[in-house]
Design a protein around this ligand. Structure first.
Ligand SMILES: *Cc1c(COP(=O)(O)O)cnc(C)c1O
Length: 235
């Protein structure tokens, strides 16, 4: 038996412990298995082990993988785009993903809206916010979030379902936690703005190194790669 089953069980236990500590229910937490760099076979193994929601960060890599997985287990797997998306790749992304978590500009939203309407779809999206102010990260500025969501709310081909962030890359727990608190507060502010058609349903935050902290601070969607699939080959 592969290590995958044990890894998944360990991740679920970590989620349960974090929920217990925060007085929350594990059923509230969606687990996105980030399968970037992993083969379609690995995804199918993970699916057989009970996972059904996968995240990818590069369209070129995701397209053949999603096709292969779909052929094997049609309709049983959901895909989220979690990486930076270029506008010229939106058409293909809209065709294969169920949610785009990495919308960080109005221009990108407009293109997703246009391509979604062309295919008669409404694309669920999250607005990615750069809560760590690290320059290497994508994501909109926190102070622009409510405005951005308001403008996006007029685009009929997309539905804003919440916010996403990547915590600061540091060992310092306080710094990471502040990123998650910032996203939670932004979601609250956005919800309170009462923007028509917008519901802050998902708070996507927390990865292998910091998902317990994220859950303590209100995350209900964790994106986990390494703890499930093991280390990635550096390319
Ligand atoms: C790779 C990636 C993850 C998962 O990272 P791990 O540390 O391997 O759990 C989560 N979110 C995004 C946006 C990623 O690119």
């Amino acid at each position: 038996m592969s290590a995958l089953n044990g890894n998944i069980r360990a991740v679920r236990e970590r989620i349960e412990r974090a929920c217990a500590k925060a007085g929350r229910k594990p059923e509230e937490i969606s687990l996105v298995a980030v399968s970037k760099t992993m083969s379609a076979e690995r995804v199918l193994e993970a699916h057989a082990a009970g996972l059904s929601l996968f995240g990818e960060n590069r369209l070129q890599e995701a397209l053949p993988k999603i096709e292969a997985v779909s052929e094997a287990v049609e309709g049983e797997v959901t895909w989220h785009m979690v990486g930076h998306l270029q506008r010229n790749k939106v058409k293909k992304a809209v065709a294969v993903f169920d949610m785009i978590q990495s919308v960080d500009s109005y221009d990108l939203a407009v293109e997703i809206d246009r391509r979604s309407r062309e295919t008669g779809k409404t694309m669920d999206v999250l607005v990615e916010v750069n809560t760590s102010a690290e320059e290497t990260k994508f994501g909109g500025r926190p102070q622009d979030t409510v405005d951005l969501v308001e403008r996006m709310s007029h685009l009929n081909g997309i539905a804003v379902r919440g916010l996403m962030t990547i915590g600061a890359f540091t060992e310092d727990e306080g710094t990471v936690r502040r990123c998650f608190v910032a996203l939670r507060e932004l979601a609250r502010k956005t919800q309170e703005a009462g923007i028509s058609g917008v519901e802050m349903r998902y708070l996507s935050m927390g990865m292998t190194s910091d998902f317990e902290l994220a859950i303590e601070e209100g995350s209900n969607m964790v994106r986990i790669g390494t703890a499930i699939f093991g280390p990635r080959q550096v390319c």
